[in-house]
Design a protein around this ligand. Structure first.
Ligand SMILES: C[S@@+](CC[C@H](N)C(=O)[O-])C[C@H]1O[C@@H](n2cnc3c(N)ncnc32)[C@H](O)[C@@H]1O
Length: 246
């Protein structure tokens, strides 16, 4: 897709009506809509600090590309319905945007897949390799999703929730922006008592990772207004798929 120099990318123009508080002078200088600028929160742990560095984000892109090809447990479970053609969908903590791009293919040219992240190197890579007229990227904090209520048919968050302080508030924010009948699909590699939990206890507590108990997450999502909540473990990964009441 070729964009005119100086004008906002098409996908950014298309996502503007979904914003709670669209900026008068949007910062799109790097190809994504930057809603944080200098107000980005400090990285809460050593792992997130790596994802906000150029070297860490490059290493991540290579590793996750291989993992997605070979490890089926990283793919969206069958219980996640394909979003309808033309739907608006959000990928929280999108990193290099591979999942966002796949969502863009699912919703087609009339739809819109939005990737959201805090990391400048991750978003720069995502814009370079994944942006399209129906795939756009936003720099914003998952603790305050900048979207209007009930506008999105699917919200995904893969391998990111464990990095974010106040993960339950993040789940509540993702629920708020979901449309009635919409689905939430969350994957965390950090099950309480699992492999990472044991390793992290051995190496000490500076990783900044949160560990999840499936029952606790499910209870929280029910209270947040999600009608059906399924949690299941695939190897070291915990998947949570939930549907908002219609
Ligand atoms: C391990 S990567 C996963 C990337 C992608 N979801 C994937 O599956 O390949 C985690 C991502 O979450 C992002 N992240 C961490 N804290 C965040 C926050 N508060 N808001 C938005 N994104 C965040 C990181 O910058 C990083 O790109």
């Amino acid at each position: 897709v070729h964009e005119d120099a100086g004008s906002p990318p098409t996908a950014i123009t298309r996502l503007r009506p979904l914003l709670l508080d669209p900026p008068d002078a949007p910062d799109v200088a790097n190809g994504y809509l930057d809603l944080l600028g200098a107000q980005a929160p400090p990285a809460p742990g050593s792992i997130q600090a790596a994802w906000e560095s150029s070297v860490g984000s490059a290493l991540y892109t290579r590793a996750q590309g291989a993992a997605r090809r070979w490890v089926t447990a990283t793919r969206l479970p069958a219980s996640v319905r394909r979003p309808p053609y033309g739907a608006r969908v959000l990928d929280v903590g999108c990193g290099p945007g591979d999942v966002t791009a796949a969502l863009g293919r699912a919703v087609g040219a009339e739809g819109l897949a939005i990737g959201m992240d805090v990391s400048v190197p991750m978003l720069t890579r995502a814009v370079r390799e994944r942006s399209a007229a129906n795939v756009g990227f936003v720099r914003a904090d998952a603790r305050r999703p900048p979207f209007r209520d009930s506008g999105l048919a699917l919200v995904t968050c893969l391998a990111a929730l464990q990095l974010i302080p106040s993960p339950m508030a993040v789940l509540a924010g993702m629920t708020r922006v979901l449309a009635p009948g919409g689905q939430l699909a969350v994957m965390v590699p950090t099950v309480r008592g699992g492999l990472f939990d044991r390793l992290t206890r051995v190496v000490g507590g500076r990783s900044g990772l949160a560990f999840f108990d499936p029952g606790q997450v499910a209870g929280h999502l029910h209270r947040a207004g999600l009608a059906t909540v399924h949690t299941h473990q695939r190897g070291p990964l915990l998947w949570i798929v939930a549907t908002k009441e219609t």
